[in-house]
Design a protein around this ligand. Sequence first.
Ligand SMILES: NC(=O)c1ccc[n+]([C@@H]2O[C@H](COP(=O)([O-])OP(=O)(O)OC[C@H]3O[C@@H](n4cnc5c(N)ncnc54)[C@H](OP(=O)(O)O)[C@@H]3O)[C@@H](O)[C@H]2O)c1
Length: 240
Amino acid sequence: MQLSNNKVLITGGASGIGLGLTERFINENNTVIIVGRRESVLQEAAAKFPSVITKVCDLASEEDRVALYNWVAENHNDLNVLVNNAGIQNWMGFDDPDFFAKATAEVTTNVLAPMHLTSLFIQLPALKAIMNVTSGLAYVPFSKAPVYSATKAFFHSFTMSSRYLLKAKNIEVIDIIPPALNTDLGGKGLHDGQPPVSLFIDSIFQQLAEGKTELSFGFAEAMTKAGPEDIKNAFNRLNP
Ligand SMILES: NC(=O)c1ccc[n+]([C@@H]2O[C@H](COP(=O)([O-])OP(=O)(O)OC[C@H]3O[C@@H](n4cnc5c(N)ncnc54)[C@H](OP(=O)(O)O)[C@@H]3O)[C@@H](O)[C@H]2O)c1
């Protein structure tokens, strides 16, 4: 995809990896719309990047997803890139009394929401690219986050099929496959000590410039190339 002169909507674009993407897309001369539940966090991002357009939306709500699409269709009909980045992660076991409720929330936010947004946003006449933020855990599960890992395996699979299905519409589908990075995913502190988002963003924009459609880095990149034995070993290292 071209790296400049796009109108890009980034779900979860006000924090973590999404904020890294927002900053980089703005620096590359794109118009960026960011979406999230927390108005205050969207406003903090807008204070840093005054050109950014913000929209409050709870992507776990089907009604909100449809309203977001209608708002874009009416006000930003020239949107040509959708970035499905928003996600949540719960560390839990079967002994968690809220296991099923947390699992449902993860499936809704990480799977149903981007699947629904994809089916809506491909109706935009200008749409040229969809970028899905999956995970290295799509390839090898981290059992402390059992449902999260499974949602990412689903999303990676769906991304591959979408790429094939949307070729006929000339919509490029790009898989962004991060390793663990230092963000607030899963709660503050859980990802401290992981590499900074900025390193990852530099690497994936380099890969984008090279025309790649599966963008990965570090552990995640190793997993995309791993054979069955490597996957088994990685599973044992992640789940000692
Ligand atoms: N950090 C890592 O180690 C890592 C590794 C692999 C993949 N990823 C993936 O990268 C993506 C971004 O995560 P992150 O690490 O940057 O964590 P993060 O800082 O917690 O970002 C998640 C973003 O998603 C938004 N979001 C969550 N639920 C939402 C909802 N129902 N409606 C609208 N927005 C929602 C959040 O905004 P609000 O809370 O304001 O709604 C937040 O901006 C996720 O898909 C994650 O699975 C992260």
